[in-house]
Write a new protein. Structure first.
Lengths: 537, 164
């Protein structure tokens, strides 16, 4: 058995069913061995998207997605995908081929110090120098990636190590690392303090972040909120933590969120932040959320607590464990008046849009689209104006909403949606992007065709890098610089070139029937929506 | 601004120093001094890092260090809670007129002359960082050729029930 065979055995032992990647000589032993396995291989068209696709797998399954690329440029290309997963706390295993270990450090062809280069974007990385370390390294890597605060782990394997004979293969059953023991169970004393504050509070609110989804605590949080009638808002990464139409859910906070959600946070007397970083987009002035209120900050990563805002009650632990513990606590909240106030805000402070009837109104379109999508469908939003409209108007019922809220990497939606569709082929998966973000990943249309991954794609087309154009509109008084997307391809012809069915929606007149046609069958389809180039989020 | 001494036990593996030092630069934490060496267990290294910052930074440094998978244990001290030592070798140019003065200075500072030639001598001092700074200051009036310092080492003071 070679090192490469051993790697495949490790992946099988971890239940990996798909590897996204791009081969090169340095990873060829791996791609040779994988032919003898049932693990599906998908040839992505650029390495960055291999990591995004693995991120999609990971977000829908809760298990680390896996990508495997070659040394040098293959490895450096994947960095943006790894950094995206790191910023969004998504567990990934990224395997990179490396030049012969005896040549390491001599700047030979396609050598890159990838473990050095990704250091600030990975939870951990390995450079395997002994073939017999492979089982332990993979066991540890999966454990590190998917416990505590989740994140990407990179394993760099020189080609001679992949080819070397392994003396005895045994996949370890347990991990023993003296340095890595994340706290998942909340401190009982701190939990009691939270309960005490909840009993006192007149205007409590929960702000849920992506950490709630990562720990699979959506149902626990919802039950807790329902039992005590506590309103909930979310960060961008937390969208989907509650059904968007739930009476206790007041949508997304932050500078791109709902005014009534922000007002709810500002006027609360007890704010429970859970699985959220309190970063600038969600909380513009972190010191504001500690003023005039009790701040409880629940996070599995102790370093997040107190980093941007000093909480009254820090509570380290995994959201699921903590809500399970809170469920056993008996107390009563009196929030009726507070909820009435918030519902009043929801009615009176809703964003009023003034759509141009000559174009598709992205807000109305996204509402209609998500109403018509299957109940458990997965919606993957890209980055830009399309993302903000998606966050503002998406309806999530039993499905999921994924986007990169931490890194904001354009081009994320199509490869991530592919990853989701590969992992859950029975579910409807729709990627929604702009014409800028689409062109950052449009090479993956070939991957969708080659591997029959029927993802549906919506392109909100305005011929601009809309988010930056909007920024230049406000900041530089319409002094537009490098945001015009002229020269973009005709998407109808492009779709035809790939053999992907195409639809175009030019205004709201035929919105419903076009969406019906778009969603009707489980096939890939590209829907182009022409939106007003001057529209603002 | 407060000064803190972080005594960080890490896995003695290649790349760990780089990861820890990289953490400081990436998060804009200061490193005032850094000393690294093996402990009694060859698999474990001890990194002694002197840093400074406001209350939040000091807390973040400890938390971020603890997040590193290769970090076994982090202990944070204020200067008065521990014994600190630094080693310095300093080469100076001397002449007949100041030789006596230098030797007296060494005696006062408990420094040793460890090597010399016709015009140069090397002085060794092992003391608290402030005392080392003082010796440099005194020797600056003579003629310093070069200096090598270890960075601060620190261990917490011995307590009645010291279980570190």
């Amino acid at each position: 058995m070679t090192g490469a065979d051993a790697i495949i055995k490790c992946l099988e032992a971890e239940g990996v069913t798909t590897v996204f990647g791009y081969p090169g000589v340095a990873i060829c032993p791996f791609y040779n061995s994988i032919l003898d396995s049932d693990i599906r291989t998908i040839l992505i068209r650029t390495e960055q998207n291999a990591a995004h696709a693995a991120s999609g797998v990971s977000r829908i399954t809760g298990r680390p997605g896996v990508c495997a690329v070659t040394s040098g440029p293959g490895a450096t290309n994947v960095i943006t995908g790894i950094a995206t997963a790191f910023a969004d706390s998504i567990p990934l295993i990224c395997i990179t081929g490396q030049v012969n270990s005896e040549l390491l450090g001599s700047d030979v062809f396609q050598e890159a110090d990838i473990t050095g280069a990704v250091e600030s974007f990975v939870k951990y990385s390995y450079l395997v120098k002994n073939v017999n370390d492979i089982p332990r390294v993979f066991k540890e890597a999966f454990h590190i990636a998917n416990t505590g605060r989740r994140g990407p782990v990179l394993i760099d394997v020189p080609i001679d190590i992949q080819n070397a004979a392994i003396s005895k293969f045994k996949y370890p059953e347990t991990v023993s690392m003296r340095t890595y023991k994340p706290t998942v169970k909340g401190n009982a004393v701190q939990i009691k303090k939270v309960v005490k504050e909840l009993e006192k509070a007149k205007r409590p609110i929960i702000c849920a972040g992506g950490g709630v989804l990562l720990s699979g605590a959506e149902d626990d949080l919802r039950r807790f909120a329902e039992r005590h009638n506590i309103p909930v808002v979310s960060t961008m990464m937390g969208i989907g933590v509650m059904p968007t139409d739930h009476p206790l859910y007041f949508r997304m906070v932050g500078n791109n969120g709902k005014a009534y959600a922000n007002r709810a946070i500002n006027e609360s007397d007890l704010l429970i932040m859970v699985g959220a970083r309190v970063a600038d987009r969600a909380v513009n002035q972190p010191d504001m959320i500690t003023r005039n209120k009790v701040l409880v900050h629940i996070d599995v990563d102790p370093a997040e607590i107190g980093k941007n805002a000093g909480p009254t009650i820090p509570l380290v632990g995994d959201a699921k464990h903590i809500f399970e513990d809170l469920e056993n606590e008996e107390f009563t909240c009196h929030c009726e008046e507070w909820l009435n106030t918030l519902n009043g805000y929801r009615r009176t402070m809703a964003t009023k849009r003034n759509p141009n009837p000559a174009y598709v109104d992205p807000a109305a379109f996204i509402m209609r689209l998500t109403e018509k999508m299957q109940e458990d469908a997965v919606y993957v939003a890209d980055v830009g104006q399309n993302q903000i409209w998606s966050c503002g108007y998406v309806k999530v019922r039993k499905g999921k909403f994924f986007t990169t809220g931490g890194m904001g990497t354009m081009g994320y939606s199509i490869p991530a949606a592919m990853g989701v569709k590969v992992a859950v082929p029975d579910r409807q998966v729709v990627a929604v992007c702009g014409d800028g973000s689409f062109q950052m990943s449009m090479m993956e249309l070939a991957t969708m065709c080659q591997h029959n991954i029927p993802v549906k794609i919506v392109v909100l087309k305005n011929n601009y890098l809309g988010m930056v154009r909007q920024y230049q509109h406000f900041t530089y008084q319409d002094h537009y610089s490098v945001v015009d997307l002229s020269g973009s391809p005709d998407l109808e012809k492009l779709s035809a070139a790939y053999g992907i069915p195409f639809l175009r929606l030019e205004n709201m007149e035929k919105c419903d029937e076009t969406i019906d046609a778009f969603l009707k069958e489980d096939t890939s389809m590209l829907l182009e929506c022409i939106i007003d180039p001057m529209d603002l989020v | 601004m407060k000064t803190r001494i972080y005594s960080v036990l890490v896995e003695n593996r290649s790349g760990v120093l780089c990861k820890v030092a990289g953490l400081f630069s990436r998060r804009c934490f200061n490193i005032d001094s850094l000393a690294v060496g093996e402990t009694d267990d060859p698999a474990v290294s001890c990194m002694t890092i002197v840093s400074s910052g406001d209350e939040r930074t000091i807390e973040q440094i400890e938390k971020q260090l603890n997040k590193k998978v290769d970090v076994i244990k982090v202990k944070t001290f204020a200067e008065q809670q521990c014994i600190t030592r630094e080693l310095m070798l300093i080469k100076i140019k001397y002449n007949k007129n100041n030789r006596r003065e230098i030797m007296e200075l060494c005696e006062i500072m408990k420094a040793q002359i460890v090597d010399m030639s016709k015009h140069f001598m090397m002085i060794q001092i092992c003391d608290e960082p402030e005392r080392i700074q003082l010796l440099i200051k005194m020797l600056q009036t003579i003629s310093i050729v070069e200096v090598a310092r270890t960075g601060t080492l620190a261990l917490s003071k011995c307590g009645e029930n010291d279980e570190h």
